[in-house]
Design a binder for this molecule. Structure first.
Ligand code: SF4
Ligand code: SF4
Length: 270
């Protein structure tokens, strides 16, 4: 994303819209500018603001004149009065920012809009996690903090040394150069995204170890890390996961359950 410097009238309306705080008004030039290193190409500013097509020179003159009279002329707060926000064509690796940050863009590795897969929400149909197994979703960067892949790689490398399997259809996994070491592609390490989700699977006995490693690494990262663990219940609706998480100090609650009614179950005991 860029701001057309010929059009911008420095009204500051776009500044609070940006979740990354990447937009600022440069006092020297009296124009809004985007810090390209912090911009995650989420398109919130471009999509979230109405556009007017006022003449920039005229608007600057009116604003300057009224300022002399100590009167402010401000457009409506959700409007860019001169349509100055200018999306750019994104090349690799910068396009990765948009794929992970703009929920309207599907990821080519999954075909799913946004940053993850269906995770275990449709496990009754996909059978991704079986009884005795635990599926993890580890989310980075939300709300409104973001993460660089360089930091995310600290987590993937630490987890890869444990007996886990990264979900191959997950967008982060698709950017790994080596699934066995958790190494991400070198050329994307400096890219920053609004958020990313890592998905992996293990057997229940390793759940405490994985929780501790995630907590240790999370403490070294300047972002927010959220973690979800799930398993498949037995025919009575019980699982070994709940007491296990309780012993680790987590309060367990049963959340969203998609029954998948009307579709053939993928596993015989569903
Ligand atoms: S809303 Fe438009 S005119 Fe106002 S500061 Fe932002 S880019 Fe410039
Ligand atoms: S595209 Fe997103 S991150 Fe970039 S300047 Fe606009 S709102 Fe901020």
């Amino acid at each position: 994303m860029e701001i057309d410097q010929r059009k911008c009238v420095a009204c500051s309306n776009c500044v609070p819209i940006c979740p990354m705080g990447a937009i600022y008004v440069d006092p020297a030039r009296n124009r809004a500018t985007i810090n390209p290193d912090e911009c995650v190409e989420c398109f919130t500013c471009h999509r979230g603001m109405s556009k007017e097509h006022l003449n920039p020179t005229l608007v600057r003159m009116i604003r300057g004149f009224l300022k002399l009279l100590r009167v402010r002329f401000e457009p409506e707060p959700d409007v860019c009065p001169t349509d100055a926000l200018a999306p750019q064509d994104l090349a690799w690796p910068r396009v990765v920012r948009r794929v992970f940050s703009d929920p309207l863009v599907p990821h080519e590795s999954t075909g799913v809009h946004g940053r993850g897969t269906e995770e275990v929400k449709t496990n009754d149909v996909t059978g991704r996690v079986s009884q005795g197994e635990a599926g993890f979703t580890i989310e980075f960067g939300r709300p409104g903090v973001g993460i660089r892949f360089r930091d995310l790689e600290k987590m993937t490398r630490a987890l890869a040394s444990l007996p886990i399997a990264f979900e191959k259809r997950n967008p982060v996994s698709s950017l790994m150069s080596d699934l066995t070491t958790g190494a991400l592609r070198e050329d994307i390490l400096n890219e920053k995204v609004l958020s990313a989700i890592l998905e992996l699977k293990t057997t229940l006995e390793y759940v405490p170890q994985i929780l501790r490693v995630v907590q240790e690494v999370a403490c070294t990262l300047e972002t927010i890390v959220s973690i979800g663990v799930s398993t498949r219940c037995n025919a009575q609706g019980d699982s070994q996961l709940e007491p296990l998480l309780g012993r680790e100090g987590y309060v367990v609650c049963r959340g969203k359950t998609n029954l998948g009614l009307g579709r053939r179950p993928a596993v015989p005991d569903a």
